[in-house]
Design a protein around this ligand. Structure first.
Ligand SMILES: NC(=O)c1ccc[n+]([C@@H]2O[C@H](COP(=O)([O-])OP(=O)(O)OC[C@H]3O[C@@H](n4cnc5c(N)ncnc54)[C@H](OP(=O)(O)O)[C@@H]3O)[C@@H](O)[C@H]2O)c1
Length: 270
């Protein structure tokens, strides 16, 4: 890649959008081309300086992308309602698309695969290196101990919209792959009342919400007389922002296809 990756941040007013902007401003390999906010947002037209202090050049929070603004990569951390517009913008601009938005519907994942025919696409439920390792471990343990009961517990801040988290679902997917079965046949998302004994092979999900918890995931494998737990605790959103920025710089000028976060963060097998 020559020079900087010109990055447009979609969902720029959000917690993750702001963390990504901070990471871009600290990077010497990326340049913030535009910070996009929801139409009607009170932040539109506000200079980024107001939020981030002095900057090399003035950029406003904007509701639309000027056709002359360079855009190598569009980074999206918004929500399922805004996601379609973000993807459409990347396709229209022939820009690479990096998204961490969770709670997407099946057809939205289909739209990602369709877009990957014309632009480079990387979607990840979690951009942390630790979680990339946790996913690998969950898959291997699921494959090695298919008869052990697997439960996944996650906790996030009180304002999180979707449940279980995209990362919890990805962990369930990894264990199910280890079991050699589709997740939808194994997943149990709710238990209440006289539910009877646990069925063998179930993958149970438990969701906790409260306070300002950035993200915690534990995968428990239990059998008679012993229990194995593997866990990841994020204490700062900056880890996701740094991972997303690394992905954006890495994907900027690649061929159109679907890429995985593993290819960026941890290409080596462990
Ligand atoms: N993959 C990962 O590593 C990772 C890590 C953390 C979070 N996430 C996911 O990232 C997403 C955002 O999380 P967050 O904590 O940053 O949430 P947040 O603080 O609520 O931010 C969401 C952002 O999306 C914007 N938005 C909503 N509708 C929009 C529209 N129609 N057009 C443009 N922008 C729109 C919001 O704008 P307004 O504020 O103006 O409404 C806000 O800036 C969630 O899906 C979360 O689960 C992923």
């Amino acid at each position: 890649m020559n020079g900087h990756a010109n990055i447009v941040v979609f969902g720029a007013s959000g917690r993750m959008g702001q963390a990504v902007i901070r990471a871009i401003l600290e990077s010497d390999k990326a340049r913030l081309a535009c910070a996009l906010v929801r139409p009607g947002s009170g932040l539109a037209g506000e200079p980024l300086e107001r939020v981030f202090g002095s900057l090399p050049r003035a950029i406003d929070f904007s509701t639309a992308l000027d056709p002359d603004t360079p855009c190598d990569v569009l980074v999206d951390f918004s929500g399922p309602h805004a996601f379609d517009a973000a993807l459409a913008l990347a396709v229209q601009r022939r820009a690479a698309f990096v998204s961490g938005t969770t709670g997407l519907r099946e057809e939205q994942h289909g739209a990602l695969a369709h877009a990957a025919r014309t632009i480079p696409v990387l979607w990840a439920a979690n951009f942390s290196l630790g979680v990339a390792m946790l996913l690998r471990a969950a898959k291997r343990i699921g494959a090695a101990l298919p008869d052990w009961d697997c439960e996944i517990v996650e906790m996030h801040h009180a304002r999180k919209q979707d449940a279980p988290s995209g990362t919890a679902l990805a962990l369930g997917q990894a264990v199910a792959e280890g079991h050699g079965a589709p997740l939808h046949e194994r997943a149990v998302f709710a238990r209440h009342g006289q539910i009877g004994p646990r069925k063998s092979g179930e993958i149970g999900f438990a969701v906790l919400r409260g306070g300002d918890v950035v993200g915690e995931h534990t995968v428990l494998f239990s059998t008679e007389g012993e229990r194995l737990e593997i866990a990841h605790r994020a204490t700062s959103r900056d880890i996701f922002a740094r991972g997303a920025l690394a992905a954006a710089i890495w994907i900027a000028h690649r061929e159109p296809r679907m890429y995985s976060i593993d290819e960026v963060l941890a290409p080596e097998e462990i």
